[in-house]
Design a protein around this ligand. Sequence first.
Ligand SMILES: *Cc1c(COP(=O)(O)O)cnc(C)c1O
Length: 354
Amino acid sequence: MEIRFEKREQLKEKPDQSNLGFGKYITDYMFICDWSKDQGWHDARIVPEGPIEMDPACMVLHYAQETFEGLKAYRTKEGKIQLFRPEMNAKRMIRSNERLCMPGFPVEDFVEAVKAIVEVEKDWVPSEPDTSLYIRPYMFATESALGVHMASSYKFMIICSPVGAYYASGLDPVKIMVEDELVRAVAGGTGFTKCGGNYAGSIAGQVKAEKLGYEQVLWLDGNERRYVEEVGSMNIMFKIDGEIWTAPTEGTVLPGVTRDSMLHILKDWGYTVREERLAIDDLMRFAHEGKLEEVFGTGTAAVISPVGELRYKDDVVVINDNKTGELTQKLYDTLTGIQWGKIADDYNWTVEVC
Ligand SMILES: *Cc1c(COP(=O)(O)O)cnc(C)c1O
């Protein structure tokens, strides 16, 4: 793939690394590649970041043909910059796009584009502990037409944002509400894809949870509202009587890169991992019997998010005294250790950019 580069006259001022937050600052450049029925993918370019023009009839604005990805670039203590399993994001995007009848961006080109934009923006990759450069690839329909059909043109873009330490001072357990009415995904739907539409439909649950003083929503399956699936933008794992349970990724659950990495590590540590459906009633019962030892969410943004409290209808349980569990902490230290190059990457998961 040939990538054209268009230089920016004036670079933006870089933000203070100690107060980056998440997604507040966007870097100087963006990657764009166009697709049309006649030409396929063409005109890959890295250009100054800024507004793009859209026709009011642009199909994504009406029918939401949009998919996205999220990964990070990490600066090691030697000053090198590396990615974590970028091919998994590339492959997942192709699966998302297939479901939404959008063209696939080839895996090698995806990884090449991510490396290219990160290299251009290398000065934006922060160096403070636990900071990183969040990378957001996304694709959307650009054809101007009213009428539902597979669009005849698309844009694939990548923007980047330096992000801060997710936790200001150590892992901080979150409170989670189990949503028993609204659903996020149903069998045969788009639950396994990373598409904007899934999120649009989930905001109402998030608002409901926040009103009750909870930070996140745990979604149940869409057919029976009985089996635990995932949390907002994270997969979720339970340590019950020494064994690890997590929902299988069969159609309704997003196959997280963090989830997959944690399962590899857990199996290597000798844990029994049960990728099985788990009913919410059983989960609450385990909690009351004192068998629910740890609960944690997994995702690229936070890596791991300990859960200190679960509420299902009027039943509230506190997990591990509302403290971060030993296994949760150990998983966090191990995975972030690999990502920031602090410990050996025996799995060959990291990919050097520069
Ligand atoms: C992105 C995402 C995850 C986590 O995936 P990672 O690849 O680990 O970042 C989990 N659930 C949903 C719904 C997501 O969109």
